[in-house]
Write a protein that binds this ligand. Structure first.
Ligand code: GLC
Length: 525
């Protein structure tokens, strides 16, 4: 039960935005390697890198043109090799991002597939004849419009659950499965510790390409807005065969390689299925209901309780507050309110499960507000202003308040604007023992020190309405007050870390008074 991916903390790096080593305004792997000291100091065990494979960047790396190479703009294969060696020397594992649902339309497989109906790779993608002069069925793209594009030269339609530049692979084809076995081995052989799996729930489609049923009033608002239930274009049960196969492959390595699924599902018993039976599928499956909840005791405690019930005893939760697809948590959950941000960080780092921090979370870095002319994300470019897209969560890391923010050269033009680096940066917060950064680091250190926090069970304890208190393991208690009022909670011990750092070390004799948006970790004496 002490595998690193259970006890450790994972840190997500968006490589284009973390650190730029060559002054072209785009972050790269050598820039990241030069900043590993920050991650070592923070105490993280692993980094997950958003895709760094060659890509035309229609969807910023999520349109892969070659799965066994590294994008030249990010430094190429040598830079990744160096990064793996340097991170390894510091005891930091490196996870890459695998995109098995679709390739780029410029991938050699797709270029071949669309060259003729008899092409060698034709069946590696999902092709179908049209229906009544239109697409083969009613499936819609996650990014808007039909999920099918007509290919004039060969007279058929191809499927893309995302952009037309991201044709979906046909996972019913055994050669596709073999190709991905080879891709996994390629990176595992080079020391990659595992993969985050992009849209893990989506990769297998209905073999008969049946129409999705329309949404009705019994569906979640997001499904109603989308107009149909995505039960045939993705979310097929046969996906589990693929994960069982990958898990067996990963288990053959020493140490076993690890998978974290981007499992965009809203029913927690369905989430549990991605862990397989007795741990024979994904090691970790992202909890989207938690990510998209509000920062309030009841909805979050309910999701945690349901997750605890749904997962098999050996399955391990994973929690995250932000990522490259959603609004950063300080803005979305906390309305940029410092006390709320601190409470949220304490919550993330003390639940039973693996916390995944998104770069900048440790600073409480807010969502950047961008102008239409700044946008690079296809979602924002298509749907502005109703949906400004995801760029505001992807702006450069603020290392210091100097021009370029320590991210790039002062006179370089960053690929996305640097947000307000004066308000929030690593250099200032490193010098401030009361900062969000210091709190994050101290909570990570406490997880290492207390077995209760690393591996202990979770049990909710009684506490006043609006507050949330739980015990981890033998006796460590986490008490949170996510309300605007003051509350008294029943707990005894010593405060190991409080969001109000002046209270660290205080003895609690049985009653703990928590101010609005205050939280504390209390260990038995
Ligand atoms: C995932 C990624 C997202 C990407 C999409 C298509 O949801 O996290 O960034 O746009 O898949 O690959």
């Amino acid at each position: 039960m002490r595998e690193w991916w259970r006890t450790g903390v994972v840190y997500q790096v968006y490589p284009r935005s973390f650190a730029d080593s060559d002054g072209d305004g785009v972050g790269d792997l050598r820039g990241l390697a030069a900043r590993l000291d920050h991650l070592e100091w923070l105490g993280v065990d692993a980094i997950w890198l958003n895709p760094c494979f060659p890509s035309p960047n229609a969807d910023w790396g999520y349109d892969v043109a070659d799965y066994t190479a590294v994008d030249a703009e990010l430094g190429g294969a040598e830079a990744l090799e160096e990064l793996l060696a340097e991170a390894g020397a510091l005891g930091i594992s490196v996870l890459l991002d695998l995109v098995p649902n679709h390739t780029s339309d410029r991938h050699a497989w797709f270029l071949d597939a669309r060259s003729s109906r008899d092409a060698r790779h034709r069946d590696w993608y999902v092709w179908a004849d049209g229906r009544d002069g239109g697409p083969p069925n009613n499936w819609l793209s996650v990014f808007g419009g039909p999920a099918w594009t007509y290919d004039e030269p060969t007279g058929q339609w191809y499927l893309h659950n995302f952009l037309p530049e991201q044709p979906d692979l046909n996972w019913w084809n055994e050669e596709v499965r073999e190709a991905f076995d080879g891709i996994l081995r390629h990176w595992f052989d080079r020391g990659v510790a595992g993969f985050r799996i992009d849209v893990a729930h989506a990769i297998v489609k209905d073999a008969e390409l049946r129409d999705n049923p329309p949404a009705d009033e019994s569906d979640l608002p997001r499904t109603r807005l989308f107009g149909q239930r995505e039960v045939y274009n993705m979310n097929r049960p046969e996906v589990h065969d693929v994960f069982r196969r990958w898990r067996a492959l990963a288990a053959g390595y020493d140490p076993p390689r690890v998978f974290i699924g981007e499992t965009w599902v809203f029913e927690l018993d369905r989430l549990a299925e991605f862990y397989g039976d007795g741990g024979d599928e994904l090691h970790l499956a992202f909890n989207i209901p938690f990510l998209l909840s509000d920062l309030a005791a009841e909805p979050l405690a309910e999701i945690v309780a349901e997750t605890e019930t749904a997962l098999q005893p050996d399955a391990w939760p994973v929690w995250t507050l932000s990522n490259h697809d959603v609004i950063r948590f300080p803005t979305r959950w906390c309305a940029d309110h410092p006390a709320r941000i601190r409470l949220a960080l304490m919550l993330l780092l003390t639940l039973r499960g693996t916390p995944v921090l998104y770069y900048g979370d440790e600073l409480g870095m807010p969502q950047a507000r961008l102008a239409r002319s700044d946008l690079r994300d296809p979602v924002g470019l298509r749907h502005w202003p109703q949906n400004p897209g995801r760029d505001g969560a992807r702006t450069p890391m603020a290392w210091s308040e100097e021009p370029g923010a320590g991210f790039t050269e002062p006179d370089a033009e960053p690929w996305l604007p640097i947000a307000d680096a004066h308000a929030c940066n690593v250099a200032d917060q490193r010098g401030d023992s009361l900062s969000a950064l210091a709190l994050t680091r101290d909570l990570i250190a406490l997880r290492r020190e207390l077995d209760d926090l690393a591996t202990g069970s979770y049990e909710r304890l009684g506490s006043p309405a609006g507050t949330w208190m739980w015990r981890r393991g033998e006796g460590t208690v986490v008490a949170l007050n996510p309300t605007d009022g003051e509350h008294e909670l029943e707990v005894a011990g010593t405060i190991r870390v409080c969001t109000d750092r002046a209270r660290d070390g205080d003895r609690v004799a049985g009653r703990l008074q928590l101010h609005a948006w205050e939280g504390a970790v209390v260990a038995p004496d």
